[in-house]
Structure formats: C-alpha cells, structure tokens
Design a protein around this ligand. Structure first.
Ligand code: S3P
Length: 179
C-alpha cells in the first residue's frame, strides 16, 4: 500500500478523492483541505442534488437506489475528467468495484476511517441518510459498516480520524501528498 502510494505521490496535479463510510467526515475534511490547498471542493452527493434539483433522500424514495448509483457514477466520471479538485464521495460509491478502480487510477484516493461508535453518535440525529431508517437506525448502520469494512482499503492513503480535528486530518493529508 505504502509503496503504491509513493508512486502515485509523483503524479502532481491529480485530484484528491475522499472515500469512506457515511459520517467519517469526508465533506468537512474536504472543505478544510480545499482552504489549505486553494483547490476547489466538490461533493458527489451535492453535484447529484444540483443536477436533479432534489435531495438524495428524494431520489432514493422516488427512483430507487440503482437510479441513484447510475447518477453517482456519471457524476464521478465527469468530476475525475475535469480540472484538479478535492472531491468527497458518497459512502456507497465503492460498492461497485469499477468505481473503486476508476478512483484509484484517476486520483489520489484517501480513505477516512472512523470507529463505528463515533459514527453512530454523529449520525443518530441526522435524518438525511436514506439508507438509515429511524426504526432500525443502529442495527442497519452496524450491518452496513461491517459489510463495507474492507471496501475502502484500496486507497493510496488511509487516515484514521478518531480523536483528530478536521484541520489535523486535512493537514495530515496535505503533508502526505504532493498536490
Ligand atoms: C450513501 C452515503 C451517502 C449518500 C447516500 C448513500 C451510502 O453519502 O451518497 O445516502 O450508500 O453509504 P455520505 O457518505 O456522504 O453520507
């Protein structure tokens, strides 16, 4: 993993793509990293919401998850093809191995990892995640977390976020990459 990263490190000018489970802080860290680097920040969920003019929750409930996943891969491809940027992605984007491959070969992929307990605390008051129903919130979250635990490990760099501020995490990424 580390050797791999060193090689990618030489690819100056590549975008940084933040991957990780829901609630790992991809958007917050991405915005902070955008301030530090002066690179523009985008988020695949926001890009989808702007394009569709509705919320992710509505897209899931009206058109279903597979429709959302199609939008997600299209937005990802466009974002990767464009200018250098910081891109936060939805936690499920790596469910499709083709997306993981796309991210790995077209960006510097950074995985944020956070303990399940912290994620539960962060997300329990948020009503915007369509995959986490109120009546089985903790159970569903735990199941998804366990199902997806290894899916982010293809990243060039893995950053553990517990006990760190968004600024510390962004600095760690900045210091480990040549962007
Ligand atoms: C999803 C994560 C969400 C969003 C959608 C599906 C997932 O993004 O893309 O609700 O499958 O994990 P965040 O990771 O930003 O919550």
């Amino acid at each position: 993993m580390q050797e791999d990263f060193q090689k990618t490190n030489l690819h100056l000018g590549q975008s940084i793509v933040l991957i990780g489970f829901m609630g790992t802080g991809k958007s917050t860290v991405g915005k902070t990293l955008s301030h530090i680097t002066d690179l523009p920040f985008y988020d695949t969920d926001n890009l989808i919401e702007c394009q569709e003019k509705t919320s992710i929750k509505n897209i899931f409930s009206k058109k279903g998850e597979s429709y959302f996943r199609t939008l997600e891969v299209n937005v990802l491809k466009n974002a990767l093809a464009g200018k250098q940027k910081i891109l936060a992605t939805g936690g499920g984007i790596v469910k499709d191995p083709a997306n993981a491959k796309l991210i790995k070969s077209n960006s510097i992929a950074i995985a944020l990892k956070t303990d399940l307990k912290t994620i539960i605390n962060r997300l329990k008051s948020s009503a915007k995640r369509p995959l986490l129903p109120n009546d089985s919130f903790e159970e569903t979250l735990t199941r998804l977390y366990n199902e997806r635990v290894g899916l982010y490990d293809f990243a060039h760099l893995i950053v553990h976020t517990d006990e760190k501020t968004p600024l510390e995490i962004a600095r760690e990424i900045y210091d480990s990459t040549l962007i």
